[in-house]
Design a binder for this molecule. Structure first.
Ligand SMILES: C[S@@+](CC[C@H](N)C(=O)[O-])C[C@H]1O[C@@H](n2cnc3c(N)ncnc32)[C@H](O)[C@@H]1O
Length: 252
């Protein structure tokens, strides 16, 4: 599926999955800080919008109480925490990630808020999920799919674990197409972000991998086609903030 973009090309005996897990373990301590800094906090608004879509879906299915939700590539659990903060207090959110370092930070945040009953985090790979089919009412995945070693496998696995009628919500970076956002974004992403990212996270590769992986990743109609080929129906795309990010939805 297109060019293989990995964080640490020099160590290419490692799989993309291994490299990505190692990279997120390395930057876990500064991930939240840099995430909000680089996006000027807009990433929080994007997650909130995604959760409003999730809540509308659950309400339409009369599932607000007791819904089972998966937060795939949960990282430090921001999406799962936001879902509970926005009122899904009766839901059960299972966060899955390949990086133990990110999960550790996430667990501390959940414990601090006293939400261990609502949110459970576990190590796992999107390509091989330890859940039966028809387990979840919905899943959310924020800035995760771009990092999957096997995008099709991940989308298919998540589809398998959804109940019929369940909703998949993917939030991912995309590329603005129009002046001046396109030029500003390219400059910011290519020069500003890698420089500050290297200084703060001490991982030089992580913040050059970010723009490279966004550049190579399918977006808009191309991503919707991939979702459809993995079995999703009624697939839709919403462009956010001039096209910097997009929300994709699809139903099983
Ligand atoms: C950019 S972070 C996003 C974290 C979080 N969802 C958020 O919104 O901040 C991407 C996460 O995807 C995880 N990841 C990458 N490939 C994965 C895979 N195959 N299965 C599960 N998690 C994966 C990484 O370990 C990392 O924590």
């Amino acid at each position: 599926m297109g060019t293989r973009i990995t964080p640490y090309t020099a160590q290419d005996q490692e799989s993309k999955k291994e490299q990505v897990a190692r990279m997120f373990d390395n930057i876990a301590h500064s991930y939240d800080f840099l995430n909000h800094l680089f996006s000027f906090g807009i990433d929080v608004l994007w997650r909130k919008k995604s959760i409003r879509i999730l809540k509308r879906h659950l309400a339409a299915q009369k599932l607000e109480g007791g819904a089972k939700i998966m937060d795939m590539a949960t990282g430090t659990a921001d999406f799962a925490i936001e879902a509970v903060r926005m009122g899904l207090t009766d839901a059960h959110v299972t966060g899955v990630d390949i990086s133990p370092g990110m999960l550790d930070v996430g667990r501390q945040k959940i414990q601090k808020r006293g939400w261990s009953k609502q949110i459970e985090l576990m190590e796992g790979d999107s390509a091989n999920l330890p859940f039966d089919q028809d387990t979840f009412d919905a899943y959310i995945v924020a800035f995760g799919v771009r990092n999957f070693e096997h995008l099709d496998k991940g989308l298919s696995e998540m589809h398998r674990t959804l109940k019929t009628g369940g909703l998949g919500i993917v939030l991912e970076f995309s590329k603005p197409r129009h002046f001046p956002m396109k030029q500003l974004f390219a400059f910011y992403f290519r020069f500003i972000m890698p420089t500050i990212g290297k200084l703060v996270s001490k991982d030089a590769a992580a913040y050059t991998y970010l723009p490279e992986s966004v550049q190579a990743f399918p977006e808009g109609k191309d991503f919707l086609k991939i979702m459809e080929s993995c079995g999703y129906q009624n697939c839709k795309c919403i462009a956010l903030t001039g096209g910097i990010a997009s929300i994709y939805t699809g139903v099983k």
